[in-house]
Design a protein around this ligand. Structure first.
Ligand code: NAP
Length: 492
């Protein structure tokens, strides 16, 4: 099945931080793939901006090399690549000073006036978010058709998130601010809403009467090398839990919105965050990766990587929380995320309760259904159902997966689902904020997170070491075992 391409009008997109890792690995390749799909029309202008002094030709050469590295070879036909590069220019510019801004204004002048959509993507460190917003305003680069995309981290705590929201709000309407969380752009995340609200099958069972518990796991194999300073200040709670895991939790737990429109969806997500119970200290496990016996390598050892032998920053977190509302009262939500774990895997497992009575007797075995939602790798959804073990030998039960892999089911052969950045950037151009976080959501998430962090800081908690390449600290298993439950395995 070939995905439908909805054309957009020509637009301008300025990528601040165009020489950085995110722009080179994700944003520009995403634009290129949309161009190849025929979605980016002639007349569109893509302007890279950063302090590095490149001419347009030099930047295009660099970009061509990046695109060859970061996109499928089959797309990089020389003519297509050349046509895309024609849309791209570069302006050396300092976001925290006045250098380069007149040149940017010049580049953006003409073509379509105030009607033309102009997107400014802040792919720079968070210290530059406010200076960029202020300069866009003071250089007259804002109109009703302006949209800004703000990368994470959105604040370091509630106070800083509020300050940032306030600054942005003094220059832009909320409808112009796109706080990006790329997890929300994943095909499976949107499918989660389609599965829940497009089928009669699941929603009647989607509550504490039928769901025993829910596990959300975001496991990474990479360490923090290359992002040491940022990570040492953030840790797994700020880097992953406050945003990505919280967003997934919201989508899993929210009530059906009245319609699939940005504010209706975000209102429901906000209600979930506001209904979250505070987390008890004994319901949190923090870990820090350390080398397995005999293993050597700086990036296997968190403290060595960040150059702080006394670091108390967590590279792993597991916690149990509850949502205090009618739907979820009594159903625990277990969240975990960590670096240097045994596999890269982002999965939500909805674990249903056992059938109330087994007509087959205990010897047949008991099998509860479970719905596994895979975000990466291999996006898809699996429902485990119970059937009879085939063959003679009496009635014994077993689980079989009903598996839907999106790459196999939905793409032309060999294709992958569109990358989250492709979808999200085009949503910005179309002016659809459904998959972006609203300011009050972000603040509510910090409001839940801040006391947890303050608690462990006040107690002087130190993260438990866990071996690089393992499933995390043993105490995380105890967190579930105390409730007679078990984590699902972390598998690629
Ligand atoms: P990065 O590799 O350090 O790139 C930073 C970019 O900002 C560079 O292009 C740099 O170019 C530019 N820059 C720095 N100071 C500037 C200034 N004063 N004026 C204009 N440009 C300036 O960082 P990144 O990894 O791309 O991350 C960018 C943002 O995305 C961060 O907020 C990060 O938290 C977020 N993010 C990144 C990832 C990722 O996978 N990398 C994932 C999620 C979120 P010059 O030195 O040439 O100025």
């Amino acid at each position: 099945m070939v995905s439908r391409v909805i054309p957009v009008e020509p637009f301008d997109l300025v990528v601040f931080g165009a020489t950085g890792d995110l722009a080179r690995r994700k944003i520009l390749p995403a634009l290129f793939r949309r161009f190849c799909a025929g979605q980016i029309p002639d007349g569109t202008r893509i302007i890279g901006a950063a302090r590095s002094e490149y001419s347009i030709a030099e930047y295009r050469d660099k970009l061509a090399a990046d695109l060859k590295k970061n996109t499928n070879d089959a797309l990089c036909d020389a003519n297509v690549l050349a046509a895309f590069l024609q849309l791209v220019t570069y302006v050396p510019l300092d976001g925290s000073a006045e250098t380069g801004w007149p040149a940017l204004c010049e580049r953006l002048s003409g073509r379509g006036g105030d009607e033309r959509v102009q997107v400014f993507y802040f792919s720079v460190g968070p210290a530059l978010f406010e200076p960029l917003a202020e300069r866009l305003h003071s250089y007259g680069l804002t109109s009703a058709a302006t949209r800004i995309v703000v990368e994470k981290p959105f604040g370091h705590d509630l106070a800083s998130a509020r300050d940032l929201n306030r600054t942005l709000a003094s220059h832009f309407d909320e409808g112009q601010i796109y706080r990006i969380d790329h997890y929300l752009g994943k095909e499976t995340v949107q499918n989660l809403m389609a599965v829940r609200f497009g089928n009669m099958l699941f929603e009647p069972l989607w509550n504490s009467q039928y769901v025993d518990h829910i596990q959300i796991t975001v496991a990474e194999t990479v360490g923090v090398l290359g992002r040491e300073d940022y990570y040492e200040r953030a840790g797994a709670m700020r880097d992953m839990t406050q945003n990505h895991l919280m967003q997934l939790l919201c989508l899993i737990a929210m009530e059906p919105p009245a319609k699939f429109d940005p504010d209706a969806v975000r209102d429901e997500k906000l209600k979930v965050i506001r209904a979250l119970d505070p987390v008890e200290p004994y319901h949190i496990v923090r870990g820090q990766y350390a080398p397995a016996p005999g293993a050597v390598g700086r990036d296997l050892n968190y403290r060595e990587t960040v150059g702080n032998q006394r670091s108390s920053t967590e590279s792993y977190i597991a916690l149990k929380t509850h949502i205090s509302n009618w739907r979820w009262a009594g159903t625990p939500f277990y969240l975990r995320t960590g670096k240097r774990l045994k596999a890269r895997s982002s999965v939500i497992n909805v674990m249903f309760k056992d059938a109330p009575h087994s007509i087959f007797g205990e010897e047949a075995g008991r099998h509860a259904n479970h719905l596994k939602i895979r975000l990466q790798p291999n996006e898809g959804i699996t429902l485990s159902v119970t059937i009879k073990e085939p063959g003679p030998g009496g009635m014994r039960l077993m689980d079989v997966p009903l598996d839907m892999s999106f790459a196999e089911a939905l793409g032309p052969e060999g294709s992958e689902p569109a990358d989250a950045y492709e979808r999200l950037i085009m949503d910005v151009v179309r002016g659809n904020q459904t998959l972006f976080m609203r300011g009050d959501e972000v603040e509510a998430a910090w409001g839940w997170t801040d006391p947890i962090i303050a608690g462990w800081q006040a107690r002087g908690d130190v993260p438990k070491p866990y071996e690089s390449g393992s499933a995390g600290p043993g105490d995380a298993d105890l967190l579930l075992r105390r409730d007679q439950r078990e984590w699902r395995g972390i598998n690629p």
